[in-house]
Ligand binder design. Sequence first.
Ligand SMILES: [Zn+2]
Length: 463
Amino acid sequence: MSNLTTPTAEQMLHFQAWRADALQIMPYMASIAFSLRPVNTTMVDTFAVDPGHRLYINFENTISKGKRFCAEGLLHECSHLLAEHAMLAETGGVKDDERKAWNMAGDFAINDDLRDAGCDALAAHGVFAKIIGEDDYKSPLYYMDVLRRLQKAAKNKPKPQPQPGEGGAGEQDDSGDQPDDGGDGGGESGQDQTPMRGCGSGAGGQKGNFELDDDDSLGGKAEAASGVEKNLVRIAAASAVRQHQEQKGIGSVPGGIAEIVDRILTPTKTPWERVLASYVRRCVAYKSGHHDTSYQRRNRRRMNEEMCDRAGNVLGRVIAPGYIKPIPSLHFYRDTSGTMSENDMSLASSQVIAIARKLGIRGNDLMVSDIDTDVAHTRKFTGAASLDEVHGRGGTDMGRAIEHACDLRRKPSAIVIATDGETGWPQEPPSVPVIVLLVNLRSDFWRENVPAWAHVVEVENHE
Ligand SMILES: [Zn+2]
């Protein structure tokens, strides 16, 4: 990390001046702009962010570009953080080799709003959706789909058309990079000293090899923002946007930003992750965090109450808080039969990632199996990449998932079966709690076909 330094007093004066100018343009970005932890480095071209709100600045390069350029660059990075593009990449199933394209999709989605808010320098040098023949004001997920299609088409041509790469802070770049060529460009490949273009992992883009780890704070000067702080900062920005709209009119805030703010201030429509999490907690035996076999004895001394199912079987115990952290273990079955479209598959995969995040589990505690008429492949969930390989693609029998789970030596707390529902089911209630995650249900028939002993949650792609 020798390439990172805390900014000098003179550099901080520049940074503060840029921030003041930025807030003249978009005053409601104040809470995010003030949450940034500036770090000086020559490893980025201009600006990049990480999910901990550390802002990597190449002061040497940016100061000469002028105050206005830098002020708008700050707003660009703040927009990535406000829109949570890093998190959206995970739930959108963006793969590691698609990070550059995702960065660009995010840039398209924010630069139109920044231009509308009066970022004139960015209007001149930024990347916009028109370079891929698309209109402004679409979501990053939409642009990502288009970029994927373009990339597929380019691969099939003998001589691929040069496509624009993304510059730092959403700038144009004439390097001719393919949007997802996975080139290192100062990325994670280690020794490369070329400054990275792109907005960093805080934008969901390529992670620079210079980025600080979560627990690295550059000697206390650039500690990563905690989840709580990030939430507070985003809610403060959202409230400021609402206030701005009240005082200056709805149209005084760009549409894309108003949409993000609506999402921040409105609870999600189907909080299925919460439904699932509470269901899992309800029917699951808590585990001590040491080893399974000892938990019952330990719990008896500390428990407050037992939880039973309707037949009176003890399912688990509520532990006095502070002693034991409940860690459920799940086995996730991904229907890979032929009726599951690629879109269904990617939605199912994104649900695994969402579960991992919501319940804070992975590895041994979150196993994932592909299943069509039989279990084709089982692995520990260790991140999005562990779901890339898809096995199966034949007929459908989700009953096999249940048999498989019941035969496991280490029984999961519950199993989740993500399926389009177009399958038969056993009529007998199984010995393990079953959550059926119906993905993009195509007919009510398949919902009614699920036996009453299963807990049903439905998910659909939201675009
Ligand atoms: Zn960007």
